[in-house]
Design a binder for this molecule. Structure first.
Ligand code: SF4
Length: 364
């Protein structure tokens, strides 16, 4: 990253874009690309300062904490190149069937103890159809909901019918995790057993069912800055409510195991750009933050992040929840957040620009 003398033109353009977003305006693709292509350290810190202002304006000092349960592990029929749970890759991933009630209730109890306000049931399979497995999944969701201790979320793969989405909603599910993973252009380089369209179609059914959408992606897979920009713009287009940013943690045995790590300043810049493009959304820092950001983790909030995945990930360890809670306390940030409350997004609309956002087919 180059050090440079002060550039008034860049400074003016940054503040013009920052002020526009603070006033409720949105930035367009060419402007977003300009932000993603900033390379000077001073410019990136200035970009982060604006992103932090945007976060504070739309999210206050609240930080949304969520945790996940690996509800069905390994042996997945899909070949996602980053994933330890794919049956195509020789990894040390655990393998077990869909969980019984106990681990889900324990996860809700632990979440409640730690002030974590959403728990997501995640299954390593292609998707969910009508049948006995859907019945079992709905039972787990209803049990999680009945604890009253956490918002029940889930990430259960591709859905091919409205009926399945409606069943999940009826069981008490509130938010469904389904990442676009990367840009439409780069997606085929991450997976060939299903398509970007499969994921867009799935999100369409979920939105029609009235479920909130948790959709983001993974950076550091070999995509370009333009791909990362287009991912954020697509998340805006689909009306995602929560946008997880995972940073690739190369797993031994996967095709991406030798991927070079993204420089931390590039990661922080990406988070800040996402905040400019998705000002009212929950921008969540998920997998890979400890191994890729190390001591710079706390800077994700100064870069505009407003949510954190805490506790261990599906197949890899995270730092302790206690350490994360201390980090938030040291920054004066408040994890006590009403996970059911999306009113700020609903009032302003999700920014996708579609007139009939809540019901229209997704077009990203
Ligand atoms: S569909 Fe999910 S669990 Fe399966 S390989 Fe892809 S990322 Fe992994």
């Amino acid at each position: 990253m180059r050090l440079n003398s002060f550039d008034a033109t860049k400074h003016e353009r940054l503040s013009e874009l920052g002020q526009r977003v603070l006033k409720g305006g949105r930035i367009e693709r060419d402007e977003a690309l300009w932000l993603f292509n900033l390379t000077d350290t001073a410019d990136i810190f200035e970009l982060m300062a604006w992103a932090n202002r945007i976060r504070e304006q739309y999210k206050g000092n609240k930080i949304h904490l969520c945790s996940i349960v690996n509800a069905k592990a390994g042996a997945c029929s899909e070949n996602c190149s980053f994933c330890a749970q794919s049956a195509f890759h020789q990894t040390a991933s655990p393998k077990y069937g869909f969980v019984d009630p106990e681990p889900v209730i324990e996860a809700a109890d632990e979440a409640n103890r730690n002030g974590v306000t959403a728990v997501g049931l995640v299954a390593a399979w292609k998707g969910l159809k009508e049948g006995p497995m859907l019945d079992e999944v709905c039972d787990r969701i209803a049990e999680l909901k009945a604890t009253g201790k956490t918002r029940p979320d889930a990430s259960l793969g591709i859905i091919k019918s409205q009926a399945v989405a409606d069943r999940l909603k009826a069981a008490g599910l509130e938010c469904y995790g389904h990442n676009l993973e990367s840009s439409r252009r780069f997606f085929p380089q991450t997976c060939s057993t299903h398509t970007y369209e499969d994921r867009i179609e799935t999100i369409g059914y979920l939105k029609k069912a009235g479920l909130k959408i948790c959709s983001g992606g993974i950076i550091g897979m070999g995509e370009t800055r333009e791909d990362r920009c287009d991912l954020a713009l697509s998340l805006r287009e689909i009306g995602a409510n929560v946008c997880p940013i995972n940073i690739l943690n190369p797993i031994k045995g996967t095709p991406f195991e030798k991927n070079p790590p993204l420089p931390p300043m590039e990661i922080l810049k990406t988070i800040a750009c996402f905040r400019f493009i998705l000002p009212r959304q929950e921008i969540m820092i998920a997998g890979g933050r400890t191994v890729n950001l190390r001591d710079l983790q706390s800077m994700v909030f100064a870069a505009g992040a407003s949510a954190l995945m805490v506790g261990n990930y599906l197949t890899t360890l995270n730092q302790s929840v206690e350490k994360d809670l201390q980090m938030l306390k040291d920054l004066g940030l408040d994890p006590n957040w009403d996970s059911h409350d999306f009113t700020d997004q609903e009032e302003a609309g999700c920014g996708c620009g579609n007139q009939t956002c809540e019901t229209s087919a997704v077009t990203a």
